[in-house]
Design a protein around this ligand. Structure first.
Ligand SMILES: [Zn+2]
Length: 181
């Protein structure tokens, strides 16, 4: 399995290539969408791809916030379809992240309420959801590009793992062959 430096190098090379092609042909005027794609691609490639299912550099990159990925790391078998599926991997991580952020917001709002700042946690939470949904609706192309970047980086991670696994045994065979001659 390729290590974190290989995954990072592949992520940077891929996003540089995609950006090079994009800015060369400029198929549309949505610069924000291109930036969203690049941002979520780098974020997912560096800190939110398949290896969150183990104690990896990706997992540790979250620092103290890695606590939100602890259930994922413990429950998801390493390199299973849940974390390393081409589509299911990214989709499940995106849903997991949205759920984790939602829980954190709800806990924070209710916690502040319990500390005596009564501003109606139900109303605040519902308002946040409404604003987020409206922002996604108003900037649907950027939102779609951001989602595509996140998903593509996850798929590229899995592809790199597959290529790495395919190359490694043949290297081992070559070494054994050399040592017997
Ligand atoms: Zn992996």
């Amino acid at each position: 399995m390729p290590g974190a430096p290989v995954h990072d190098a592949v992520t940077v090379a891929a996003v540089s290539f995609v950006n090079g092609v994009y800015w060369h042909i400029q198929p549309h005027e949505h610069v924000a969408a291109a930036l969203w794609f690049t941002g979520t691609f780098l974020f997912a490639g560096y800190a939110c791809a398949g290896d969150l299912d183990t104690n990896s550099r990706e997992y540790r990159a979250w620092g103290p916030l890695r606590v939100i990925w602890w259930p994922y790391r413990v429950l998801v078998p390493h390199r299973s379809w849940i974390s390393h599926g081409m589509i299911s991997g990214g989709l499940i991580r995106a849903l997991y992240l949205v759920a984790a952020i939602s829980v954190a917001v709800v806990v924070a709002v209710w916690g502040i309420d319990l500390l005596g700042q009564h501003f109606g946690p139900g109303t605040v939470t519902a308002g946040l959801w409404r604003h987020t949904a409206a922002a996604v609706r108003d900037h649907s192309i950027s939102a779609l590009a951001g989602f595509a970047g996140f998903m593509t980086a996850g798929a590229l991670h899995t592809l790199t793992d597959l290529v790495g696994s395919a190359v490694k045994p043949s290297r081992g065979r070559q070494r054994r062959r050399r040592s017997t001659t």
